[in-house]
Each structure stands twice: as structure tokens, then as C-alpha cells.
Design a protein around this ligand. Structure first.
Ligand code: AMP
Length: 531
């Protein structure tokens, strides 16, 4: 049997992984200098956290989450979802009977789990359990008491009961439904509340890095397990200087990595005072051009008109350009906030483009939004998205006055863009970009092996990358391997060297060879490394 990584996920191998390490270390350094501390978050959370924070109606939550039942109640969860999903053909009483029996099994398992203290009936939903019990009994009576001639007559009642059971099953909450995180802002806010961080002095500044999971259609720069490096500032202040400093930190990070051609787009999407009126206006205008729009945009007129502005469809661009713009509908407070963010960016010498079509589809996002694009990424050219979300902590049950702003960088895309620009690593080790190990330590004979082990340890302690063959090899084969590994030097230890108290060092680029005592060998290798 041959195993392969599942669709949309991938391995990150050396030497690319060395570039990832450099990117992450740079983030630790740069974010640290801005006073941010690292938060390490769980990779899974209760599904409801994301339903709440990201929104149950978003694509991310409704279609793309990897959700699973908590193990102890997995059997109940399985039954519950079988009932919800089960399709019964009209008039098929036999299947309806099986459906009824499954309902009884579900109820038995729920009672059992309650006795074992795995679940509380109140949390599962007392009304739903009662409803299931009566509906299952009625269904049983109806089916078992039927006479052959009356089958057609009772079907309507059966269908009604089946539907009732299905609805009630759907509302049961059996244990925690878990999901792999599709993003991390929700977790940061959850942690902020859980640990009472609002009592800490000043703004709470946190950053994170790690994998996120979304069941999206895979393509270049879009994966099902992808990585983000993100940061959040939480506290009672929404001063525009915070927005500007968060953006400054991002740009410093990209600059430190030598990411070229990054473009910062900014916008303000107003707040709950001014955005609703704008959204209504937008919706009204969209209604007028409805027939000219694609199916997605048509649907969004009702569900989320702002998202229409995101559209990349060629034939919608002309229409969108003529739509009303949020900048003309900001209230005085939001306008002043936005103007000040721009002034503060100016103070920091940060270039930006205003992009009125840059929106966030979620209600709690407000005012500042920003996105950074980078070259070399094709259509998936956003390396970072961010914005202000002053209502989110409150939505999750935290202090109402809490404000927040943050961003998430797509690490996969950042790495891709660096590689496209020739800023990628060519080797996995820490020895720089020159090639393989500093030293290939060829030894011949048992006594030489013991000397080589000692020398390897001292060389590694001094920071050299050393390849030490695990078994003895013939001279030609050993030096051949050194070449293939692209080692810079072969250091040879045999009986002659042991007797003379020296090492033979051969520079593999040109074959020059000399015998050196250990101290000289170290100086020689050090000089070679800085050359
Ligand atoms: P979002 O959390 O959707 O605002 O995304 C923030 C950033 O994460 C984006 O700008 C992308 O760089 C990156 N990103 C989002 N989804 C994916 C994905 N499926 N694969 C790779 N990167 C992604």
C-alpha cells in the first residue's frame, strides 16, 4: 500500500523549511521589538467559538471547517447526524420503521451517557429530548397499528413525524463539537477573556504562528492546511496610532525579509452607526443591476452586499466601479479615525494605496481594514489581511469596552513570494547559502572512528555543520559521498593522521589539501566560512 498526503496538504522539505524557519525567527524578533508576546493556541476549539466569531453563514464556517465530535459522545453524534441526513422516499414505511428504531437507539444512548455523567440533559436540550421521545412513540404506534389497506392514508402523518424527529435531532448538543481552527483571531479573543487579560496594564499585544485548516479548493497558494503568522492588539483604546503601528510592524517584518514589491491597501468600512445605511444603499443599487451580475453576486445582494465588492469576475468590474463608495458615507467619527490613521502612516513614512473595495464581510469588523499583496503569486496575491474588530470580544462574552485590531499573514504565500524573488534558501543547514555541510569527516579504522567522534562533537559545538559517516567506507566511496553531499571540506582521519597528531583537510572545490593540527584546523575552517 502506498500512502500519500491527503488532497490540499503538503510536506515542507529542506531546504525550503530553512526559509520557513528564517521567516518565523524574523517574526519573533521584529514583533518582539514592538512589545508583542507569543501566544501558543490550541489547534482545535469548540465549533461554536468559530460559529460565533467568524459567523455561521460565512463560507469558512458553513462549508470549510473540519469538524468532529468529541470522542466520548461520537456514537451519539453519529446517530444524530444519520437522522438529520436520512432521506426517506414517499410511502416507504419499512425505512420509516428503521428510522424510528434509530431514534430509539439515539435516546437510549443519550440516557446512558447521562448516567455515566458524560453529558447533562439540560445542555443536550431537554425540550428536544422530550419531543424526540413522544414523536418516536407516536411513530411506533402509527406504524405497528396500521392495517395493510391504510398504508397510503397514514403516510402524511408518518412524514410529519419523521420531519419532527429530524428537526429535534438537529438541535441536540451532545458534548462538544470540535473543529480544527480555520483562523486564530477567535482563539486569541477566547484566551484573552478566559485569562482575564483585560486587567493587564496597557494594550495586550499578542502574536501567534501555526497551521490553519479550511476545506477549500486547492490551487497554487491555497491549501487545506496552510500557515499563518498573525498578531492582535486588544484593550480599551482604539487610537488610530495603534492601527498605524500594527501596520508599521508588518511592513518592518516584510522589509527585514527583503520581500520586494509588497503593496499596502487600506480602507475604512465605517462602524455600526454608518455602515448599515451604506449597506442598504449598496443593496438598492445592486438590485437595479441584478440581472447583469453572476449567481454569487446575486445571492450576496441579500446575504452580504459588501462581499460583491470583492468580486474578481471580469464582467462585473465595470458595474462595481459605478457603485456608491463607503468613503462618501462614513460618519464624522469614522472619517476622523480614518484620516488620523492615514496621517499616522504618513508620520511613519509608510506608503499605501486606498482601495474602497477592500471590505470584510463580518459584522464586527469595523473602520480600518488593510491587505498586503506581493508579486509572484498569480491570482492568490494577498499575503496578509487585517482590520479592526472592536465588537468581537464582547460578542464572545468578554468586557464590552474591549477594542481589537489584528492581521494574519499567509506564511505559505509569503514563502512562495520570497522564493520567486530569489530570496529562498538553497540548503537546509545553518551554514549559509553555499551548499552542503562545512565538513565531511571521513574516518578509516576503529581508532580513527573514536577520534572522529570527538572531533565532530567539538566542531559542532563551534557551530560547524558536520557529516560523520556512521559506518566505515572505502576511501574512494567516502570521498565520493562528500562530493555528492556538496561538502565544503573533507577532513580525513586515518592511522597516519593519528600517529602524527594532525588532520588532513581537503577543500573539495579545488582539491587543495594540507595537514593541520586541531587548533589550526579550526582557524582554517573559520576563515573559510567568512571568506
Ligand atoms: P484570512 O484569514 O482569510 O483573512 O486570510 C489571511 C491570509 O491568510 C490571506 O491573505 C492569505 O495570505 C492566507 N490564506 C488564507 N487562506 C489560505 C489558504 N487556503 N491557503 C493559503 N493561504 C491562505
Amino acid at each position: 500500500m502506498k500512502f500519500q498526503a491527503i488532497k490540499g496538504v503538503r510536506d515542507i522539505l529542506p531546504p525550503e523549511s530553512a526559509l520557513w524557519t528564517r521567516v518565523e525567527q524574523t517574526a519573533h524578533k521584529v514583533f518582539g521589538t514592538f512589545g508583542f508576546g507569543e501566544i501558543r493556541l490550541p489547534i482545535f476549539e469548540p465549533t461554536n467559538l468559530f460559529v460565533r466569531a467568524v459567523g455561521g453563514e460565512t463560507d469558512i464556517v458553513s462549508k470549510e471547517m473540519y469538524t468532529m465530535p468529541d470522542q466520548e459522545t461520537a456514537h451519539i453524534y453519529g446517530l444524530q447526524h444519520s437522522l438529520v441526513e436520512w432521506k426517506i422516499k414517499s410511502g416507504d414505511l419499512q425505512t420509516a420503521e428503521a428510522f424510528q428504531q434509530l431514534t430509539v437507539s439515539l435516546l437510549v444512548f443519550i440516557m446512558q451517557a447521562q448516567q455515566e455523567n458524560l453529558i447533562e440533559l439540560e445542555e443536550v436540550g431537554l425540550d428536544a429530548v422530550n419531543d424526540l421521545t413522544t414523536a418516536a412513540k407516536e411513530l411506533h404506534d402509527l406504524i405497528s397499528n396500521r392495517s395493510d389497506s391504510a398504508e397510503a392514508l397514514i403516510w402524511n402523518q408518518v412524514a410529519e413525524l419523521v420531519e419532527r424527529i429530524r428537526l429535534a435531532s438537529g438541535t441536540l448538543i451532545v458534548g462538544d463539537d470540535l473543529s480544527l481552527r480555520p483562523e486564530a483571531t477567535a482563539s486569541v479573543c477566547r484566551a484573552y477573556i478566559e485569562h482575564g487579560m483585560q486587567t493587564l496594564p496597557g494594550n495586550v499585544k499578542l502574536y501567534y504562528m501555526g497551521p490553519m485548516f479550511r476545506r477549500e479548493r486547492p490551487q497554487k497558494g491555497r491549501y487545506r492546511q496552510f500557515y499563518q503568522i498573525g498578531a492582535e492588539v486588544l484593550g480599551t483604546s482604539d487610537a488610530p496610532g495603534i492601527d498605524a503601528e500594527v501596520i508599521e510592524m508588518l511592513m518592518s517584518f516584510f522589509e527585514r525579509l527583503k520581500l520586494k514589491g509588497a503593496v499596502l491597501n487600506i480602507n475604512s468600512i465605517g462602524d455600526k452607526n454608518c455602515r448599515p445605511a451604506y449597506v442598504e444603499k449598496l443593496r438598492a443599487e445592486l438590485q437595479k443591476v441584478r440581472e447583469l451580475l453572476g449567481a454569487d453576486s446575486q445571492r450576496r445582494i441579500e446575504t452580504n452586499p459588501l462581499r460583491v465588492l470583492d468580486s474578481k469576475l471580469e464582467n462585473e468590474q465595470g458595474i462595481i466601479e459605478k457603485l456608491p463608495r463607503i468613503a462618501e458615507h462614513l460618519c464624522a467619527d469614522c472619517r476622523a479615525h480614518y484620516d488620523e490613521v492615514k496621517r499616522q502612516l504618513g508620520l511613519r513614512g509608510i506608503a499605501y494605496q486606498e482601495n474602497w473595495r477592500l471590505v470584510r464581510g463580518l459584522d464586527y469588523y469595523m473602520r480600518t481594514t488593510f491587505e498586503i499583496t506581493a508579486p509572484g503569486l498569480g491570482s492568490q496575491n494577498a499575503v496578509c489581511g487585517g482590520g479592526r474588530y472592536d465588537g468581537l470580544v464582547e460578542l464572545l462574552g468578554g468586557p464590552a469596552a474591549t477594542k481589537g485590531i489584528g492581521f494574519a499573514i499567509g506564511t505559505d504565500r509569503l514563502v512562495l513570494s520570497l522564493q520567486e524573488a530569489g530570496e529562498g534558501e538553497t540548503q537546509g543547514g545553518p551554514a549559509g547559502k553555499a551548499g552542503g555541510p562545512d565538513v565531511y569527516l571521513a574516518w578509516f579504522g576503529a581508532a580513527a572512528q573514536s577520534a572522529a567522534i570527538g572531533l565532530a562533537r567539538r566542531l559542532r559545538d563551534a557551530g560547524f555543520v558536520v557529516e560523520l559517516p556512521a559506518v566505515e567506507m572505502k576511501f574512494g566511496k567516502s570521498l565520493g559521498l562528500a562530493d555528492r553531499l556538496k561538502a565544503l571540506h573533507a577532513v580525513i582521519v586515518g592511522d597516519n593522521e593519528l600517529a602524527a597528531g594532525v588532520f588532513t583537510v581537503k577543500r573539495l572545490s579545488d582539491g587543495t589539501q594540507q595537514k593541520l593540527a586541531e587548533a589550526e584546523l579550526f582557524s582554517y575552517l573559520r576563515a573559510a566560512r567568512t571568506a
